[in-house]
Write a protein that binds this ligand. Structure first.
Ligand code: SF4
Ligand code: SF4
Ligand code: FES
Length: 264
């Protein structure tokens, strides 16, 4: 027999001076393969057309439908109600600007982070020549870069991060993994010093407390833990260059770093 779900939703419209933050209960009959996204659509269609939440692809691709589901950030379209208890509590993702109810503005946050980490290939070429042959890249390296490029900027890892919750200037795991992607890319001619300037501080790798909630909630299973470790180790070794003997630095670098690239 199908369950009757009790879905409790955070309601608040910051643009309405009369609106006060509160929780509202809705009841929906569950059916096979129902996702939370479908349940929310039923609520909006049949109970309250003013309910705000975001979606676009319904397939875990656009990253729009992130929300806190029973205390854990996740994608509504990626979450089947059968995996949740009968009582489901939904909040908007923290850290990001609230638009209303379950809808937040992740775009402004990621745009700002992308600007701060300079998330583009840096090189000396003055202009783009469309007639030039494409730069060749080994398949294995291209796959390694692609693995980090799968981020859909849903914001779940940022919302789950204790540091990001406490400090609005923290770049978060998604941004650090993005820097790691450029560090791997041979077309990006920045050296370790350049990356250090971008994330070798408290807003970047040294602000991370390493509890790894980010990787636990990432719906794309991006290896955030590895990237945080690799970047932190590489930049920490860079910061003690000139203090520790060269041979010891080389030994430590060889021991822990699995990224092989030309940058030093
Ligand atoms: S490991 Fe670092 S980035 Fe990930 S959730 Fe913890 S503090 Fe945030
Ligand atoms: S790293 Fe994962 S959780 Fe974080 S924004 Fe990208 S897809 Fe979402
Ligand atoms: S609607 Fe696109 S990820 Fe959920």
């Amino acid at each position: 027999m199908s369950r009757r779900l009790h879905i409790e939703v955070f309601r608040y419209n910051p643009l309405d001076p009369e609106s006060k933050p509160h929780m509202q209960s809705f009841y929906v009959n569950e059916y096979d393969s129902m996702t939370l996204f479908i349940a929310l659509n039923i609520i909006r269609d049949q109970h309250d057309p003013t309910l705000q939440f975001d979606f676009c692809c319904r397939a875990g691709i656009c990253g729009s439908c992130g929300m806190v589901i029973n205390g854990r950030p996740g994608l509504a379209c990626h979450t089947q109600t059968k995996d949740l208890p009968e009582h489901i509590v939904l909040h908007p993702l923290p850290v990001f600007k609230l638009i209303g109810d379950l809808s937040v503005d992740t775009g402004v946050w990621f745009r700002d982070a992308g600007t701060r980490i300079e998330a583009w290939v840096h090189n000396d070429h003055d202009s783009f020549d469309p007639t030039q042959e494409e730069a060749r890249m080994e398949n294995a390296l291209a796959n390694e870069i692609f693995e980090l490029d799968r981020c859909v900027e849903c914001g779940c890892c940022i919302a789950a991060c204790g540091t990001a919750r406490m400090r609005t200037d923290f770049l978060g795991a998604a941004s650090i993994a993005r820097v790691a992607r450029f560090y791997l890319d041979p077309r990006d001619e920045r050296n370790v010093e350049n990356y250090y300037e971008v994330i070798g501080n408290d807003q970047g790798v040294f602000g991370c407390m390493g509890l790894l909630a980010c990787e636990d909630v990432c719906p794309k299973h991006i290896p955030l833990q590895d990237q945080l470790g690799i970047m932190r180790r590489m930049l920490a070794l860079h910061s003690v260059k000139g203090i520790l003997p060269k041979a010891l630095i080389e030994k430590l670098a060889h021991k822990g770093c699995c990224h092989e690239n030309h940058k030093s």
